[in-house]
Design a protein around this ligand. Sequence first.
Ligand code: KOT
Length: 829
Amino acid sequence: ESGERRGKAERLFRLMDGFRRNDPVSLQKDILDHVEFTVARSRFNFDDFEAYQALSHSIRDRLIERWHDTQQYFKRKDPKRLYFLSLEFLMGRSLSNSVINLGIRDNCADALNQLGFEFEVVAEQEGDGALGNGGLARLSACQMDSLATMDFPAWGYGLRYQYGLFRQVIFDGFQYEQPDYWLNFGNPWEIERVHVSYAVKFYGNVEEELLNGEKCKVWVPGEMVEAVAYDNPIPGYGTRNTINLRLWAAKPSDQHDMESFNTGDYINAVINRQGAETISSVLYPDDRSYQGKELRLKQQYFFVSASLQDIIRRFKDSHSNFDEFPDKVALQLNDTHPSLAIPEVMRILVDEEHLEWSRAWGIVCKLFSLTSHTVLPEGLEKVPVDLLGSLLPRHLQIIYDINFFFMEDLKKHFGLDYDRLSRMSIVEEGAVKSIRMANLSIVCCHTVNGVSRVHLELLKTRVFKDFYELWPQKFQFKTNGVTQRRWIVVSNPSLCSLISKWLGTEAWIRDVDLLLGLREHAANADLQQEWNMVRRVNKMRLAEYIETMSGIKVSPDAMFDVQTKRIHEYKRQLLNLLGIIHRYDCIKNMNMNERRKVVPRVCIIGGKAAPGYEIAKKIIKLCHAVGEKINNDSDVGDLLKLVFIPDYNVSVAELVIPGSDLSQHISTAGHEPSGTGSMKFLMNGCLLLATADGSTIEIIEEIGEDNMFTFGAKVHEVPALREKGSALTAPLQFARVVRMVRDGYFGFKDYFKSLCDALDGNGDFYLLGHDFGSYLEAQAEADKAFVDREKWTRMSILSTAGSGRFSSDRTIGEYAEKTWGIEPCRCPF
Ligand code: KOT
């Protein structure tokens, strides 16, 4: 009967020639329709925000249509699918990205125009989707775009936080955090699936039951929470394929606590139900430090359990033998945050599907792959056994069992080397007995990927050394990449047109290696002139933004020198600030003649500090204190400005990056696993000033040392330098600028004391003193290059030309072939 119904629908559909048409008139009609019936405003009277809502709903309709077609096609073809599990996705805005990927941006702009609206203004009404902290989360978003564009049968799974990453407000130079209640104005980009929901269990205990004469374990939970699916369609570019990002929201379950209803305390029973929703209420804002909080663990299991129930239900729709599971499913763990998926799959296979342990284990070992985004042992998640055992009693047992078999294997392999056994054990004994999530993941994953070549080296020789010796073939790297759709086409449309004009094709938007074709034109005077014009307009736009945000007027003739990223000691925003103080000090001591030779600079810093990260917060305050002094010094004028851009996020990045001349990626070598901001700047023709760390090492190889400014200690030199202490190697100027801060030249003497103390002699862990000299030299090189306009422009064009290797399309292609074993599955138009 349903087949017959579908046949009728298909015939009707052909008559209608598609549900939604994309010519400007049809778009306009849809927009007005949504103004009237969705937004419920009069079609004769609506504002920019309402226009945004109506246009978004019109686009949403088109996304849904493609989503259906794609998913039905996947279902019919039944290819192996990838499920990308991540606790964080930093999507930013969706409107511009969607209309560009659908290929209807210009038609939308026309449609709006005739209604008296401007596309850019309307698009700016949208707030950011900020369900993530930084690099790791934005990487997930870029990778989703590439998965869709490259037609891979993939889905993302995550959590639908009600509060995304906090909003940063600056008051008196200090950071304050405000809640990001991003769903306040509705979210047209998600589809609520009230019927796609699963019960997730917590607490309780494990009982033994007899089934067909065999003992088996049954987990009797103490609490149940319902997970409801919210689907976020992800359209590919130049394809009909539209994949899905399914985010889970927590809702009270009807089975939650029938008990308390039965006792007659109706009002309190209802109020208690609301507690369930806290699980998906807020994103943890610390990137890196692991804190062992129960709510965080609950979030992890909640999203893992719901996702796996969903994945297994889909598998069972058309398969009955679990041995085929790894032929149809690849599960990707974005760092160890979703690693509870491992014991969860074991639990389902053994306790619910009644597979033998060893058979289940064989299946699990073919399913999972891990990407690590850490270098430091402190960054590794360790869950206290007490916490895990109370929240997920059966999972703890399973982890112990996995560890038991692993330890037995190790003994066979290495003999009774107890040091090694205890280092490699999944269970850490000690004051707080804990589960090492990284060890659990490495034992169970068939592949562990690093995010750059040097990062893999560090994993192999440091944190995961023992595991590398045991399983060298498991360890690989896939250098990160970013999507050129978001970071050129959406954020820098005029550069996009210019590139297409000179390459004679738009094909680079899907085939990014074509950017190399710009190399042969790098010295062409016409291209150079047009290039500079585009960049100039972007700088003027940024200058305007700076003035509205901070009241500081900056000249687009100056070099815009930018460092935007999360604030961390290892990223060394402090090194940048000390360099700025040094520049200021030099200018102050110059005579008129010398001042005329100074290259004017606008130094721009932006980024959030984790709320509990004191030192990072002091660095933000120092930036404001130094800026206050410099920007109001009439001696200095336009030669030097320092501005802090508040609340740096994806949409602010889209404005800042195209308007920058120079960007800084200056982490202490061996600390930045990859770094992806650098790639976005590179694509936009911004020159890099960088240490040889993470991905910049590979960027140097790709574009050549003479097309960027490099400095600083190398990865292999760092341990010895640390040992020696930088008291001897730090130049005199370093001591001088630190002294200025220490002596209260910028005020807040007591408050900044600890920042200065950390830089003294042997305490300078991040080697600011050691690198300061070569940092200043690299900065001087940049000044010199900037006044040679021809040279600078050539370097800028060569940066864009060489950025193709850092596209997430390349990264995803490598993952698909080498790690996931999936192939494109392209839905016909
Ligand atoms: C957060 C918590 C635990 C472990 C790692 C992280 C983490 C790492 N968060 N963001 N990162 C960054 O990830 C990016 C994508 O791989 C890298 O480019 C960057 O270097 C990491 O710092």
